[in-house]
Design a protein around this ligand. Structure first.
Ligand SMILES: Cc1cc2nc3c(=O)[nH]c(=O)nc-3n(C[C@H](O)[C@H](O)[C@H](O)COP(=O)(O)OP(=O)(O)OC[C@H]3O[C@@H](n4cnc5c(N)ncnc54)[C@H](O)[C@@H]3O)c2cc1C
Length: 288
């Protein structure tokens, strides 16, 4: 299919990009892995595409061990860069693992972290990982800058709280001592969107885990973070019942050609249990 007609701009500075996106009908273009198919299907008809590829303020990636203790990545960081980065592999292995489930290498080389958050696909891995790991985004527009946790930014299926003309500029993950994380997902074929997935995060204080959460994706219209009753998991002879119960509390489960809500709840329970097992077997250290 052919694209509808559009104008094309390629700014090199963030302030230029903000000016261009303040014009009615303009839309940010990151890797084009979601927006271009929507345009080809005539589901999106932006008057102007503002290509963010050359905006230097949206690039760069690094773990800050000093005062800020955080992982900071530009919105134009690609899934492939996350997968390959040695500091992420060492300090945030769950992030490196989760992006390896996104589509195929060609798509991972173009798709970006900012685009994935702004697109807010309910089955996307990146928004769920951001919510699980307490990430926040920095946002710029001609009106100024602001920050927002990804948990509140992702409002629903393909919906965010981003206002017209706003650009996600950076994604910040706090570096928490003694945090461990694991993930699991089920898809029909390798590289397909997940039918259901889960990211588990365990925070230890002293000798025991004090808090555990599991963030489901692909199950409800937006990722859902739930608290784990760690005492129950520790003391139950067969913890399967616990994960089934937890998944039964998901109340807006997606129904589509791939399965009815009971099937997805089953997959949610299975992936949550595996994500928990994966997080539990990590060494406690300064990494997630
Ligand atoms: C065949 C195929 C399979 C895929 N499988 C998966 C999968 O399994 N899991 C998965 O998570 N994803 C999957 N994707 C999507 C892919 O991960 C994309 O990278 C992701 O959706 C974001 O796309 P993008 O970065 O190219 O953004 P674009 O497509 O360029 O933009 C997406 C949306 O975000 C907006 N946007 C982009 N950047 C910004 C920004 N910095 N600030 C504000 N708004 C912005 C755009 O205006 C647009 O509305 C798949 C894509 C394809 C084509």
């Amino acid at each position: 299919m052919k694209f509808p007609p559009f104008a094309y701009e390629r700014p090199t500075r963030l302030d230029e990009a903000c000016e261009m996106l303040a014009v009615e009908g303009a839309r940010a273009l990151a890797g084009g892995q979601s927006l271009l198919p929507l345009m080809a299907l005539r589901l999106a008809r932006p008057a102007t595409l503002v290509d963010l590829a050359r905006v230097s303020e949206l690039t760069g990636l690094g773990v800050d061990d000093g005062g800020n203790r955080r992982l900071d990545m530009g919105a134009m960081t690609t899934h492939a860069q996350i997968e390959a980065d040695s500091s992420i592999r060492a300090r945030f292995p769950v992030l490196a693992k989760i992006v390896s489930h996104i589509a195929h290498p060609a798509i991972r080389h173009r798709g970006t972290v900012g685009g994935s958050i702004a697109h807010a696909d309910p089955a996307a891995e990146i928004p769920a990982a951001c919510i699980a790991l307490d990430a926040e985004v920095l946002i710029s527009s001609v009106k100024g800058t602001r920050s927002e946790p990804v948990e509140s930014l992702v409002a629903g299926p393909y919906q965010t709280t981003l206002r017209d003309g706003e650009i996600v500029t950076r994604v910040i993950f706090p570096l928490r001592a003694e945090r461990r994380a694991g993930m699991d997902e089920v898809a029909l074929r390798a590289g397909d969107f997940a039918l259901a997935g889960a990211v588990c995060v365990l925070d230890r204080a002293g000798r025991d885990d004090q808090r555990g959460t599991v963030t489901f994706f692909g199950v409800e219209p937006r990722p859902r973070r739930a608290e784990i009753d760690l005492e129950r998991v520790r003391t139950s002879a067969d913890d399967r019942t616990y994960w089934v119960e937890l998944a039964s509390r998901l109340d807006e489960v997606i129904e589509d050609v791939h399965g009815d809500p009971s099937f997805r709840r089953h997959l949610a329970a299975v992936t949550a249990r595996r994500a928990f097992a994966s997080a539990s077997t990590q060494q406690v250290g300064d990494f997630v």
